[in-house]
Ligand binder design. Structure first.
Ligand SMILES: [Zn+2]
Length: 395
């Protein structure tokens, strides 16, 4: 079964310029060829889709997903829902992602629960990854297992909690034993100005995880944790809302990536209007959120200028965004100084580099046919990514 997408534009996030008038033949989930529409090869008996006026975009990577959680203004409370309910959220999130052009979900934290399907007690994201594998209507999942935190850092029952550095190491490696693809540390402590672990303690974990052939990423909203992450050479920092010059310089030198989640703050700003929750809606709350947004934008700007490898994520579920909001992150990145095509790169091929998945977020002949079609030019206007017309997933 083959399909010809005829006479579309192509936006691959590699340059600011669209390729116009292109046809793409897909056969058995693989891109057979890409040709100018006026010099197509014989497509045989392919079904022809007239894609005139649409733009083909590589399937996006949401670098910061929490598949088992729904997001919204009560996002933290939802973590205590039953395992059955969490898995239902995941089913819904899979639909939201795939229908909005997201092909890859990098899951950076799920509660540890007994999975009703296989009875295994581990991060629920791991069973989902395994069960969804090979199904075109689900995202490709790479999952970190659960968050590994210092005790009392986040609400009880969500994360795996370590009391000391030895436990930190043991519980982190436990995630790999459970089947995690990479691990996720949590570097915001109970006191925002003090990182919960020292650079030496984190370095020991990084060495042990690398020994096992996996990568370490770390949640660090505050500067204190980001500094420790940079000194300890983790592979990636999530959020990084308060980076400074020294931090981004170290990150660039050591090849430490940043996954931005600016749209979390965008969503908090909307809660100032749509909820009565004090910390969003009160005048002080709005001010605090606005200040954090400015700081986060500056951090991304610094990181980008320093040449840090940048990926984008929604933080849906673990934050307040929803699983079909990745376009919001791309918009937020452009508001932080990236060109729209650079922001698109952060959720396509650069995100693929962070995942170590060379095919993720790319369109090429002989490569997997994972792309979607929108209206408008996302290389100059990220809002085009909201206007999804159809998706083409290889499965
Ligand atoms: Zn998160």
């Amino acid at each position: 079964m083959s399909t010809l997408y005829r006479d579309a534009a192509i936006a691959d996030g590699r340059s600011p310029t669209l390729r116009l008038g292109m046809s793409v033949l897909v056969k058995g989930g693989v891109i057979e060829w890409i040709r100018p529409a006026d010099s197509e090869e014989d497509p045989g008996d392919a079904e022809v889709i007239d894609a005139g006026g649409a733009t083909i975009v590589p399937g996006m990577v949401d670098c910061h997903s929490h598949l088992t959680l729904p997001g919204g203004s009560h996002w933290i409370a939802r973590g205590n829902d039953t395992p059955e309910q969490l898995l239902r959220y995941a089913e819904h999130n899979a639909k939201l992602q795939t229908n909005s052009g997201v092909r890859w979900a990098r899951d950076v934290g799920a509660p540890v629960r007994e999975d009703p399907f296989d009875g295994r007690k581990r991060a629920l994201s791991l069973g989902l990854r395994d069960r969804w594998h090979g199904h075109a209507d689900y995202p490709y999942v790479r999952a970190a297992g659960s968050w590994v935190t210092r005790a009392s850092s986040i609400p009880l029952g969500l994360a795996v909690e370590a009391e000391n550095a030895d436990e930190l190491l043991r519980l982190t490696l436990q995630q790999l034993d459970d089947g995690a693809d990479f691990v996720k540390l949590y570097l915001d402590g109970p006191d925002p100005n003090t990182a919960p672990w020292s650079a030496d303690e984190v370095r020991r974990v990084v060495a042990a995880v690398h020994e096992r052939g996996a990568k370490v990423t770390a949640h660090a909203g505050r500067l204190s944790g980001s500094r420790v992450c940079a000194e300890a050479s983790v592979d990636c920092i999530e959020h990084g809302f308060e980076l400074d010059e020294d931090c981004v310089r170290l990150m660039a030198e050591r090849g430490i990536a940043l996954v931005s989640t600016l749209s979390v703050l965008k969503s908090w700003m909307t809660f100032g209007q749509t909820t009565t929750i004090e910390r969003f809606a009160s005048p002080e709350g709005r001010k605090r959120v606005a200040d954090r947004w400015e700081a986060a934008r500056s951090s991304v700007k610094l990181a980008h200028a320093a040449g840090v490898l940048l990926g984008g994520g929604t933080d849906f579920g673990g934050g307040s965004g929803r699983a079909n909001h990745l376009a919001w992150e791309v918009e937020a990145l452009t508001e932080s100084g990236l060109q729209p095509w650079e922001a698109l790169a952060a959720v396509t091929w650069k995100a693929g580099e962070i995942l170590d998945e060379p095919e993720a977020g790319r369109i090429s002949e002989g490569g997997r046919a994972d792309f979607f079609l929108v209206h408008g030019d996302p290389l100059s206007d990220p809002s085009a990514l909201w206007r999804v017309w159809r998706v083409a997933w290889a499965g």
